[in-house]
Design a binder for this molecule. Structure first.
Ligand code: FAD
Length: 425
């Protein structure tokens, strides 16, 4: 407990969600300790290697009607954007069934998209304000994002996605082949139709950004403890400490924001949450912006983000469902690399390539868990952001801080309750 009567909060995990939560709690007047064995912004975190999109258009869940018909193919097709390692199927089956059920009807997908829209619609503004406060305004770029298609028919085939975006208030400009070339002169002629979403932002370097936010938090008094959280000490229902491999850290409140590791910690606080890794990969070409995109680009056929980061041109994507601790399958990264070169034929083929694999912490219904724990009124969750955690970080943090301090929440917490998974096991 702190010497003053400040409430002492421990935030577990220093990815984008954890550092944003630490900042929000500090700004609400709590004494905050950020616990993570690794450096904020490090490669261990999904927050390091993502596609860097901060987009109010990222509201379409992975699971959509008809996906179930494609599952057998995903077990054997090693080149598609989604793959399931069949050896892990028995363990994954309960999560997978729930994932497919979440997208079984258009009504369910509409509900998920509407909730995600409430979480993401102001994400560019929230990130711009955070980056400004942290002294790194240049890391948030507000030039929109570009979706590219072979032709208008391919765009029309995604009518549900674009209807959901329109209903969420997202506006865009459709580009024929000539207009698309004005935006992206180096784009392969295989793409003849584009959609520019001007409201979207992107991050020029997600790892550096998380590190900068953590440094900003430290300058406001947030302490860092380099340790791995292992559980909690309770007295009755009240929290006394977060247990770590470096000893207990005394506190009155805790936020579990440990990405994929959050499932185990939530179990220690009384909640069994179906959380799986949707593993993703990136390739990054050092110095590879020449002959590549200007804007962040999403080629529809590859379902990947092509983004120019400070470290080079990055292609990030792929969804691989495999067991925990399974070795990376670097062929997935090579698929991204081949696609990147096909999309941007002018990019030199002999540039050094860095390959990365990370875990999207994913719930089967495509929504994060931002909620109080069942076991204690002092433990809270902010995890499970799947494909949109970079974009959602600041607002999820504001929501969990409001739950802790009792102030007005920025959006309804109800859809994010841990209790929605009750009875799953
Ligand atoms: C290929 C790919 C592309 C993506 N593209 C985008 C995108 O364009 N836009 C977007 O919004 N999102 C994107 N995402 C998703 C986004 O990156 C994640 O949702 C987000 O980074 C999750 O953040 P987090 O803070 O919850 O978890 P993480 O970033 O994984 O951080 C978790 C932290 O917890 C720490 N930790 C783990 N265990 C413990 C423990 N026991 N005790 C203490 N600390 C612990 C880890 O060291 C880590 O620092 C993408 C993800 C991938 C993989």
């Amino acid at each position: 407990m702190s010497k003053t009567n400040e409430t002492q909060a421990v935030v577990i995990g220093a990815g984008i969600v954890g550092v944003c939560a630490a900042l929000a709690l500090r700004q609400a007047g709590l004494a905050v300790i950020l616990v993570d064995p690794d450096e904020p912004g490090g490669e261990q975190a999904a927050s390091y290697g993502n596609g860097a999109f901060i987009s109010p258009a990222s509201i379409v869940p992975m699971s959509v009607p008809g996906l179930w018909r494609k599952v057998p193919g995903y077990l054997f097709d090693r080149d598609g954007p989604l793959t399931i390692r069949w050896r892990h199927l028995p363990r994954l089956a309960p999560w997978l069934l729930r994932f497919l059920a979440a997208g079984m009807t258009t009504t369910r997908v509409e509900r998920t998209a509407a909730i995600l829209s409430r979480l993401l619609h102001d994400s560019p503004d929230r990130h711009a304000a955070l980056a400004q406060a942290a002294g790194v305004p240049d890391l948030i770029e507000r030039r929109g994002v570009l979706y590219v298609y072979p032709d208008r028919a391919a765009f029309a085939a995604e009518a549900l996605s674009w209807r959901l975006r329109r209903e969420a208030g997202v506006t865009w400009r459709e580009l024929d082949a000539a207009a698309l070339r004005v935006f992206e002169p180096a784009l392969s002629p295989a793409y003849g139709f584009g959609v520019h979403v001007p409201v979207a932002a992107s991050c020029a370097d997600p790892g550096t950004y998380v590190a900068a936010l953590a440094a900003h938090a430290a300058s406001l008094g947030v302490r860092r403890v380099a340790a791995r959280a292992t559980g909690f000490t309770f007295e009755g229902a009240r929290l006394r400490a977060v247990e770590t491999d470096g000893g207990p850290v005394a506190c009155d409140r805790a936020v579990v924001a440990a990405g994929l590791a959050s499932g185990r910690l939530a179990a220690a606080a009384g909640d069994r949450i179906p959380l799986e890794a949707e593993r993703g990969y990136h390739v990054q070409l050092t110095g590879g912006a020449v002959g590549g995109p200007h804007l962040p680009v999403m080629p529809s056929d590859g379902k990947m983000a092509n983004t120019v980061t400070r470290e080079g041109l990055r292609a990030a994507g792929q969804v691989e469902l495999a067991g925990p601790g399974a070795a990376p399958d670097w062929r997935r990264a090579d698929i991204l690399l081949r696609h990147l070169h096909a999309t941007w034929p002018g990019v030199a083929r002999d540039l050094p390539v860095r390959r990365w694999m990370g875990n999207r912490p994913s719930t089967p219904d495509g929504l994060p868990v931002i909620s109080r724990a069942r076991r204690s009124p002092d433990v809270f969750y902010a995890f499970g952001h799947g494909h949109v955690g970079l974009a959602a970080g600041p607002k999820s943090a504001a929501l969990v801080a409001a739950l802790i301090t009792g102030s007005a929440p920025p959006l309804s917490p109800e859809p994010f309750a841990a209790s929605r998974f009750g009875g799953w096991w």
